[in-house]
Structures are given as structure tokens and as C-alpha cells.
Design a binder for this molecule. Structure first.
Ligand SMILES: Cc1cc2nc3c(=O)[nH]c(=O)nc-3n(C[C@H](O)[C@H](O)[C@H](O)COP(=O)(O)OP(=O)(O)OC[C@H]3O[C@@H](n4cnc5c(N)ncnc54)[C@H](O)[C@@H]3O)c2cc1C
Length: 361
């Protein structure tokens, strides 16, 4: 039995691919239930990572049924709402709502695989493996432990002293109900409005709702206190009214998302009986668009390594880590470079040039 801490995209992919090959696992998650919190906005699935993992999990056809048609369109604006790049998608990077993606992985698992309301508060090496302590005082010893527990992983402390570092950039997530004026500015897919070290990033969702992230360079605790829509709009006072309207039209809770990252190239020495996948292993800023894709690729590849080495767990973990470390480093370098260049003056021009260079092949 393999023990996975974290029922995010990485942990669920791992459990599912193991299950497809007849290997049992248990997944512990701190959430009280599968729908205890909104999972966030849209994700595009990349061929070599997210899509590969969905195929390995045997859920690609169901995934295809949830893809938002035309959702891979991309538009780049500067603060005057001048359009610097505007292109329909080509279907190579299909977009899906994060909640739908998590559900399709979750409900592909045998009932009872995920144990909700199971917050891990402590972990230590013991004879025969590792002992997990849960918030309600329960303990459990596991032979093979996988930390899929995200940015603030508890399991990571077994392998590495490193902690995520604040990037200097904060997002505030807001949701905008279907509204024709905002919909016209955002378009069918993603909108990136960038200028003067600030940004409004938005995406159309199924049902014509919009999820937007307002991005500003501020101290890490800036948005965790009282933050209002008016305060946010005021930060964009010199921006085109159509762009300010995206913030003003939002409804409901404002969710602060300060952006943290682990050191680029985060790694550890082989430690018996435990490894990490996804953000727990390589948290990075979202500016390579890779975090969820890599978490799912990690899950699928770790499962494949375990299947390929049925009697040698250490060989399996070593093979998985040897492939994961360099690919995570490459994505982390890209996301770090993009974070810097997109939030310098003329970020929109840089992003438009980047998309034009991709389009030129
Ligand atoms: C604003 C934003 C936009 C993003 N956009 C994209 C994008 O467009 N494309 C992309 O590929 N990536 C994107 N990402 C990155 C992506 O969201 C993450 O990389 C991905 O969710 C990581 O998955 P994971 O399974 O490793 O971790 P998570 O999704 O964080 O899951 C971890 C799970 O572990 C559980 N957990 C945590 N601690 C404990 C504990 N102590 N005990 C028990 N359970 C625990 C949590 O409840 C959670 O369910 C974005 C990130 C942000 C912040």
C-alpha cells in the first residue's frame, strides 16, 4: 500500500495511474470534503505532460468532453487597451476548469481511496518507514510515502530544509459573473493586460463566467488584510476604463494569492521510502504555465517507475527523481525569467513578442 499525502492534481494522478496497474494506494487530504473549497480558474493541458498523464490515467476521453471550446484563444493588451496580440487557439493546449479536472480524477478512483479531513501535522522516520501524525491524534506508519501536499508541504521537511520564498508579486483572484462588456474585452480564452509592473489576467470559464487575477508588486501580506474592489480599482486609475471594469464588475470574495516559489533547481539526496511530487517538490510562479501539468506528469511518471521496479522501491524513486529534477529546473527557470520580464515596464510588448515567436515556430 502506497501512502500519498495530498489530493491535488498530482496526488490524484499518481493514485489513479497506480490503480490502473492494480497497485493500491491511500490518499490523505486536509479538506473536509471534495468540494470544501473552490479549486480556482482554468488550466491548459500540455501534450507532453498534462495530456500524457490523462492518457496514462485512462481518462483522456472524459477530459476531452470537459474542454472549453475556443478556450485556448489568447489576447495581450497594454494599459490603454491597445491589442498587441490576438489569436484563436489551435486546439494544441486545451483548457479545462480546474474543478472539473480534479473531479474527473477523483471519481475515477475506488470509493474510499481518498480520506478527507486528514490533516498531517507531523512526520518522522521510524523502523520500517515513516510515521504520520494527523490533527486528530491518529498515527499511521507507512513503508512508501509520497508528499503531494503542495506549496507548504509537511512531508518536504524529511528531504530538504528549503521553504518557499515570496516572489514580490501578489495576485488577488476575483470572479466576474457573465457580463457582455467584460466578456467582449476578455474574448473567448485568456486575456493578459500588462503594463507598468502591474497586470490583469483573466480567463473565460464555462457558463461565460470569468476568473481574473489582479497582479501587483506589493509586500506578501498586502492583500491578506482588508482589501476591497475599490482599493484594487484605484491601483489601476491610469488604465483604460474597459480594463478597470473587469475588476469593478467582480462579485463575491476576493482571494489573495501571494506568489511564492521554491529555489530554482530545488532537489534532495535519495532518502529511503519517501519522495515528493508537484508543488511540494518544485513550487514555481505560474508564469511558465507548467505547475499543474508538471504535478500530473510527476504523478504519472512516479507511478510508471514504481510499476517498472516492482521489487525495488529505491530504484523506482531514484529513477523518478533523476528525470524530474532537470525538467522541474528548466520550468522553474522559465517561470522566474517570465515573472521578471512581464512585470517590468512594457511587459505586454514582451509577452506579445513571445507569443509571436511561438506562432512563427
Ligand atoms: C494563480 C495561479 C495560477 C496558476 N495557473 C496555472 C496554469 O495556468 N497552468 C498550470 O499548469 N499551473 C498553474 N498553476 C500552478 C498549479 O496550480 C499548481 O502547480 C498545482 O495545483 C500543483 O498541484 P499539486 O497536486 O502539486 O498541489 P496542490 O494542488 O496544492 O494540492 C495539494 C493538496 O494537498 C493537501 N494538503 C496540503 N497540506 C496538507 C496536509 N498537511 N495534510 C493533508 N493534506 C494536505 C491540500 O488540501 C491539497 O488538496 C497556477 C497557480 C496559481 C497560484
Amino acid at each position: 500500500m502506497i501512502t500519498i499525502v495530498g489530493a491535488g492534481l498530482g496526488g490524484l494522478t499518481l493514485a489513479r495511474v497506480l490503480g490502473v496497474h492494480g497497485i493500491e494506494s491511500v490518499v490523505y487530504d486536509l479538506d473536509a470534503s471534495p468540494h470544501a473549497r473552490h479549486q480556482g480558474g482554468m488550466l491548459d493541458m500540455h501534450e507532453e505532460s498534462g495530456q500524457m498523464a490523462l492518457r496514462a490515467a485512462g481518462v483522456f476521453d472524459e477530459f476531452a468532453r470537459h474542454v472549453l471550446e475556443g478556450g485556448d484563444a489568447t489576447r495581450v493588451l497594454d494599459k490603454h487597451a491597445a491589442v498587441l496580440f490576438d489569436e484563436e487557439g489551435n486546439g494544441e493546449r486545451p483548457e479545462i476548469e480546474r474543478g472539473a479536472l480534479r473531479d474527473l480524477l477523483l471519481y475515477s478512483l475506488p470509493e474510499g481511496t481518498v480520506r478527507w479531513n486528514s490533516r498531517v501535522v507531523g512526520v518522522r522516520p521510524v523502523d520500517g518507514g515513516h510515521e504520520l501524525t494527523f490533527a486528530d491524534g491518529r498515527t499511521e506508519v507507512t513503508e512508501l510515502l509520497v508528499g503531494a501536499d503542495g506549496a507548504w508541504s509537511r512531508i518536504r521537511s524529511l528531504l530538504s530544509p528549503d521553504q518557499p520564498v515570496y516572489s514580490g508579486l501578489s495576485f488577488v483572484e476575483l470572479r466576474i459573473p457573465a457580463e457582455p462588456r467584460v466578456a467582449a474585452v476578455v474574448g473567448a480564452g485568456s486575456l493578459f493586460a500588462l503594463d507598468d509592473e502591474r497586470g490583469i489576467l483573466a480567463h473565460k470559464e464555462p457558463g461565460d463566467e470569468i476568473c481574473a487575477y489582479v497582479a501587483v508588486k506589493k509586500p506578501s501580506d498586502w492583500a491578506t488584510g482588508e482589501i476591497s474592489r475599490e482599493v484594487l480599482v484605484a491601483h489601476f486609475a491610469d488604465w483604460h476604463p474597459d480594463l478597470r471594469e473587469i475588476i469593478a464588475a467582480g462579485e463575491g470574495t476576493l482571494t489573495p494569492r501571494p506568489i511564492y516559489a521554491l529555489p530554482v533547481g530545488h532537489r534532495w539526496g535519495r532518502t529511503a521510502g519517501v519522495t515528493l511530487i508537484g508543488d511540494a517538490a518544485h513550487l514555481m510562479s505560474p508564469f511558465a504555465g507548467e505547475g499543474a501539468n508538471l504535478a500530473m506528469q510527476d504523478g504519472a511518471e512516479l507511478a510508471h517507475a514504481i510499476i517498472a521496479h516492482p521489487t525495488d522501491v529505491e530504484a523506482a524513486l531514484g529513477a523518478y527523481e533523476a528525470a524530474m529534477f532537470p525538467r522541474a529546473r528548466q520550468a522553474a527557470e522559465e517561470s522566474m525569467a517570465n515573472l521578471v520580464s512581464l512585470f517590468e515596464p512594457h511587459g505586454a510588448r514582451r509577452l506579445a513578442d513571445m507569443f509571436l515567436s511561438f506562432a512563427a515556430g
